[in-house]
Ligand binder design. Structure first.
Ligand code: SF4
Ligand code: SF4
Length: 184
């Protein structure tokens, strides 16, 4: 099933997973501002004992995430493919490089409309990570689907007055599951 989903979805072979370090950025998720896909990174609220709601963390809609890494790093090399020749080009900080990563001469530069973005590479430098809490990890899609189940399950998330809410029992279930993940 996961394989069929992976084939149908747009984007790269990667999936972003937000783990237990996520603090929701106090209800204003920084990562969400960087995500180019609407409704992909979503704020999740939890119920308080008094019956109210407070920001808990974010969850990623695994069906929508295109694995672009824009929520993950501010230090990305973009990989473009020529639509006709299939040739790969790399773009870093506005400059283009050929498939051996040598700077591209001006006369070899394809037109923008001939290129399609097929992926990104991240240097994974700590000072360039988007999340201040280092809560975002990029995984190969299938592995990401499995890991994400420790942090959120889209089917168990409710929508209340237009916001996403995790129930207390579900939160407890996930926290116990995370104990297994870390051998606790
Ligand atoms: S930037 Fe990090 S802490 Fe903030 S909402 Fe995103 S994953 Fe959570
Ligand atoms: S990898 Fe791209 S699409 Fe996926 S959550 Fe991050 S920014 Fe959004």
């Amino acid at each position: 099933m996961a394989e069929a989903t992976a084939k149908k979805r747009k984007g790269t072979a990667l999936l972003a997973v937000m783990n237990e370090n996520c603090s929701s950025c106090a209800g204003s998720p920084i990562c969400e501002l960087h995500c180019p896909v609407d409704g992909c990174i979503n704020l999740l609220y939890e119920e308080t004992p008094q019956g109210g709601l407070k920001p808990y963390r974010v969850w990623v809609d695994n069906e929508k995430c295109i694995g672009c890494q824009m929520c993950y790093s501010d230090d990305l090399t973009k990989i473009h493919q020529h639509k006709e020749t299939g040739e790969l080009f790399y773009e870093y900080a506005g400059r283009f490089y050929d498939s051996s990563k040598k700077p591209l001469e001006a006369d070899k530069m394809p037109k923008k409309f001939q290129l399609q973005l097929v992926g990104t590479e991240s240097e994974d430098r700590l000072d360039k990570k988007i999340c201040p809490w280092d809560a975002i990890k990029m995984y190969e899609y299938d592995e990401g689907l499995e890991v994400s189940q420790y942090f959120y399950d889209a089917e168990k998330i409710k929508k209340v007055s237009g916001v996403y809410v995790v129930e207390a029992e579900e939160k407890e279930r996930l926290e116990e599951k995370q104990g297994e993940l870390y051998g606790g």
